[in-house]
Write a protein that binds this ligand. Structure first.
Ligand code: SAH
Ligand code: SF4
Length: 376
């Protein structure tokens, strides 16, 4: 099913692998150089195209044939919000009523040349972390590869108005959903992002963040070279199981083993994310435990003080406590950063996504009973 296409039976070209497009052109007797030419139009770093008519050096007959075989719709931007710090949040809605958000986070203003695009992989999330807004949504389905790439293409087109400096330099799967529960589509999207015939992102500039779907962590290491971020949030199983329910299935020990077994490229490090929740996982004892647990694993650690919202029972930690936690982890030799939230004014910070569609009653997907989730 291709949700992004106006005709659901027609594949949306934004999610089609190079090899598939090449085969299709080959079957039609087209010359091989057309393959790269058309793929490059679809995934042009200077700004992906919105319609087949924009392929100016492709003859009309072939453009028409492409339009008959494929769809090229971009996801509809139902709303765009711009925060005073330049962060832009987008709400997309597919023709079936699937709603998902992406966030563009410019860092030029704060003296860096990094502009990060945070994309969604699902329209909700069945993992059910107690601090995450997305977990409260009941209309969840996997996004297709085209819907994932559509977020990238649509945002690249939108930020063009800001000039060259606004170019998207990094992509992170840290929006709505658990990427490793939508494995095939996420891996296919990663491959398209790093393809040198198209967008050509360096593999270290594409990050997949996971709550710890252990078997798929191993697969990801085999199938791609993109960057891996692990949402750890606690070193003790009893604490982690309370806040990240999937921990009952794959515990802390299995997670760390998955990292040790991972085929990490030379000079690469994992990113460890740790949401700091006041009075839950912010004790110095837990910091020491985390430091010991991660000994010998090449990683940098990002501490994310809770971004509050009305659907979490948790409270943000005090600044002093977060700093003390950071200091302990530094004693173990790690680089530890406290992440300042971006786009909080428009609820675009980590863990706050998913509210816009509910507010506008735009999501029309059926409600899934997540109480029956396999991880509950
Ligand atoms: N499902 C994936 C990726 C999406 S969430 C994962 O969990 O890793 C991206 C990051 O935001 C994760 O590290 C997640 O733990 C964090 N996050 C979720 N809710 C948050 C909140 N309310 N405040 C701060 N960070 C949060
Ligand atoms: Fe899902 Fe990640 Fe939110 Fe947990 S933090 S509910 S895994 S999106």
């Amino acid at each position: 099913m291709e949700y992004l296409s106006t005709d659901p039976g027609k594949p949306n070209l934004r999610g089609v692998a190079y090899e598939t497009l090449a085969q299709w052109l080959d079957d039609r007797g087209e010359k091989p150089y057309r393959q790269k030419q058309i793929f490059a139009w679809v995934h042009r770093p200077a700004g992906p195209i919105a319609s087949f008519d924009e392929m100016t050096d492709i003859k009309k007959g072939l453009r028409e044939a492409l339009a008959e075989g494929f769809d090229l719709s971009l996801p509809e931007i139902a709303e765009r919000q711009v925060s005073p710090d330049g962060t832009r949040k987008y709400l997309f809605v597919s023709p079936d009523g699937g709603a998902y958000e992406a966030v563009y986070i410019p860092e030029v203003a704060i003296g860096s040349n990094t502009n990060t695009l945070c994309v969604s992989s699902q329209t909700g999330c069945s993992v059910g972390c107690t601090f995450c807004f997305t977990a409260s949504l009941r209309r969840n389905r996997n996004l297709t590869t085209a819907e994932i790439m559509g977020q990238v293409h649509a945002v690249m087109r939108d930020v063009k108005e800001l000039g060259d400096q606004a170019k998207v330099t990094n992509i992170v799967f840290m929006g709505m959903g658990e990427p490793l529960l939508n494995y095939d589509n996420v891996v296919a999207a990663c491959r398209l992002m790093v393809d040198e015939r198209g967008l050509w992102f360096a593999t270290r500039r594409v990050t997949v963040s996971t709550s710890g779907i252990v078997p798929n962590i191993a697969r990801l290491g085999q199938d791609t070279e993109v960057q891996l971020a692990l949402s750890l949030h606690a070193a003790s199983d009893d604490i982690r199981s309370k806040i990240v329910p999937i921990n009952k299935k794959w515990g802390v020990g299995a997670l760390v083993q998955a990292l040790r077994d991972y085929p990490l490229k030379p000079r690469r490090r994992f990113t460890i994310e740790y949401v700091v929740l006041g009075g839950v996982n912010d004790s110095l004892e837990e910091a020491h435990k985390t430091g010991r647990l991660l000994q010998g694993i090449p990683c940098k650690i990002n501490l994310l003080p809770l971004n509050p919202h009305e659907r979490t029972p948790h409270a943000a930690p005090s600044e002093a406590q977060t700093k003390a936690f950071q200091a302990v982890l530094r004693e173990y030799g790690f680089n530890v950063f406290i992440r300042t939230p971006r786009g909080q004014e428009i609820s675009a910070a980590c863990g706050q996504l998913g509210g816009l569609a509910e507010e506008h009653k735009l999501s029309r997907l059926p409600i899934v009973n997540q109480e029956e989730s396999q991880y509950a």
